[in-house]
Ligand binder design. Structure first.
Ligand code: ATP
Length: 323
């Protein structure tokens, strides 16, 4: 496979012994900018997005099984399938296939990222699976190689190898890491119902008359190695808001509520239904989270924007990292 991107850094002691289990915490993403451009001949849309991780994490644990070559998956959310429909199962099977290995694995998923919420939870779990197995099975794949494997699983997956912030183009496979300078806090608000990504794309295509080209200001972002929050905030937008707000008034209400709680700006993430607000400091974010979380049916989370990249903890020698 052609190499692209940085190597994911592994602990130095990794080579000195063989762990049979790893634990990995994997973050949600938000789209600070999401433009959905023209439809491609393969049926997908070309995207242009500035994406960033946020400190709301799922937790995954992988253990090699000596007694069989079966993949066994457990998840604490009963509605999520634990067979090949789960992105973690598919990611594990794909890694083993690419590596030409037959290995039995026990995998446990603890979900904290809401489902079908525009927060990329399934994609993040898939990326974490690739990182964990690369580590556990000593595959030695670079970040770029892992991103390439991830692209076969979903358009949001490659981003997580370039986290915490990146500009994502095309079908999601063209990713360039970027620094977003200056600290901010994010409050995520989930209205208690899911929005299926495919339905949101169909609604977008059916309701817009033409595709607005990418603005010059956004194009300019792509040539910069670092972006300041103060420059990004006035240019934040999401093409899904226009088609989805008339259907789901909760999106408008969540935005209004976050702004009234002091958010610098508030926006729909991905294809929804989560809305996020940007706050200058932890205190104001936590105050807003407490207040907004009291609305019946809504769940609110506060976390730092742009958390660290994916990293594994070997269970044989490390105390568990608390996600
Ligand atoms: P995106 O922002 O990438 O479009 P999303 O945040 O809206 O995604 P996800 O929670 O990632 O949505 O899941 C989308 C669908 O994928 C869910 O409806 C779920 O059935 C399926 N799925 C498969 N595996 C997983 C997983 N490990 N975690 C979450 N969803 C999964």
């Amino acid at each position: 496979m052609p190499l692209k991107g940085d190597r994911i850094r592994l602990p130095n002691r990794a080579a000195s012994h063989t762990a049979s289990a790893v634990r990995i915490c994997t973050p949600a993403k938000i789209n600070l900018i999401l433009r959905v451009l023209d439809r491609r001949s393969d049926g997908y849309h070309n995207l242009w997005s500035l994406m960033q991780t946020v400190a709301l994490e799922d937790e995954l644990r992988f253990q090699v099984r000596a007694d069989s070559t079966e993949l066994r998956l457990k998840c604490d959310v009963a509605s999520l399938p634990t067979d090949r429909r789960n992105l973690v199962w598919r990611a594990a099977a794909l890694v083993l296939d690419r590596a030409g290995l037959q290995v039995g694995l026990d995998i446990e998923i603890t979900k904290r990222i809401p489902l079908a919420a525009g927060l990329g939870g399934g994609s993040s779990d898939a990326a974490a699976t690739i990182v964990a197995l690369n580590h556990l099975l000593r595959l030695g794949w670079s970040g770029g190689e892992m991103a390439q494997v991830g692209a076969a699983l979903g358009s949001d997956v490659p981003f997580f190898f370039f986290a915490p912030s990146a500009i994502v183009r095309g079908r999601g496979e063209d990713v360039a890491a970027v620094m977003v300078t200056g600290a901010r806090w994010v409050v995520l608000v989930h209205p208690g119902f899911p929005i299926e990504t495919r339905w949101a794309y169909d609604r977008l295509a059916a309701t817009r008359e033409h595709v607005r080209p990418l603005s010059e200001q956004h194009s300019r972002f792509a040539s910069q190695a670092s972006l300041a929050w103060d420059d990004v905030i006035p240019l934040m937008e999401n093409d899904f808001e226009q088609p989805l707000v008339p259907v789901y008034d909760a999106i408008r209400k969540m935005k209004a509520r976050l702004l009234s709680e002091g958010a610098e700006t508030a926006l729909l993430s991905g294809s929804g239904a989560t809305v996020f607000g940007i706050f200058r400091d932890e205190d104001s974010a936590v105050r807003a989270q407490t207040s907004v979380g009291q609305v019946r049916g809504w769940r609110a989370y506060a976390g730092r924007a742009g958390t660290a990249s994916l990293s594994c903890q070997e269970e044989s020698s490390d105390p568990f990292r608390v996600c």
